[in-house]
Design a binder for this molecule. Sequence first.
Ligand SMILES: C[S@@+](CC[C@H](N)C(=O)[O-])C[C@H]1O[C@@H](n2cnc3c(N)ncnc32)[C@H](O)[C@@H]1O
Length: 274
Amino acid sequence: MGFPSALGGLSYGLAFGTRENIPAHRHQPKHSQKQNPQNPMDQGSMTWREFWNGSHSIYVNERHRVLHYDRIAKDIAAYIPSPQSILLDYGCGDAISADVTAQKCARLYLVDSAAAVRDRLKRRFADQPKIVILDEAGLFALPEDSLNMVVCNSVLQYLRADETARLIGIWHDKLQPGGMLILGDIIPPEPGVADDVKALLIFALQGGFLFSALRGLFATFFSNYRKLREEIGLTTYTEDDVLTLLSEHGFAGQRPAHNIGHHQGRMTFIATRL
Ligand SMILES: C[S@@+](CC[C@H](N)C(=O)[O-])C[C@H]1O[C@@H](n2cnc3c(N)ncnc32)[C@H](O)[C@@H]1O
């Protein structure tokens, strides 16, 4: 795999793939890695969940991380229907600007599968009564029809298609009729590497971290993220795949022109629970 594909780590991945019965695409490992017994990744034992629970350098520097989460929080906040809304952000990551989102709603549930991420969120938002941190069991335990909005940004590429389908069904049941589901940063099949480079570099140029971004491209080429992407792959969807999936689970979906976050080569979908 050539150097440009290393960008997967910085822009959350490139993927190509096999079709499963649920429309989606996951690429196959292109070659096996040289094994290093000191590194669990090299034994092929790491999952995406474990990757996100460990330490990684997906952001090229702190400024990149801050600007990334600031933009996500503002983009999500723009969709909040009313100050009384109860929101859930699934696979929220470190969500360091979640307080911005929380200002626009009555309650914000932050759900992440990674215990390390949840611990950091609990410390960060200990003094924010509107923000509640949950694991997946906490999501399942929420009452039905109790949410006004669910957002899931830049997560579905790490899930198998059947996991995504199951989650969409769960979100459907937790949302009130008329509630909104937002799926953001969905990777289309055969994404353009040039688009990924461009999206990152424009973001970096605007954010004042261009040099770090260039250095980050190089570092990502040697990263665990790239190795894992080659071992496990990422799941990608066409626009029709997502709209069909939503419709099959009781949602009316549409694709707005703007993707949440900085990468406009990826897709966001807004769906209403029927
Ligand atoms: C790329 S980060 C996205 C973070 C944030 N939503 C954003 O847009 O920047 C993916 C997050 O999804 C979480 N995640 C991965 N697999 C998950 C799963 N099966 N269930 C819940 N969270 C998951 C990871 O722990 C990680 O925090």
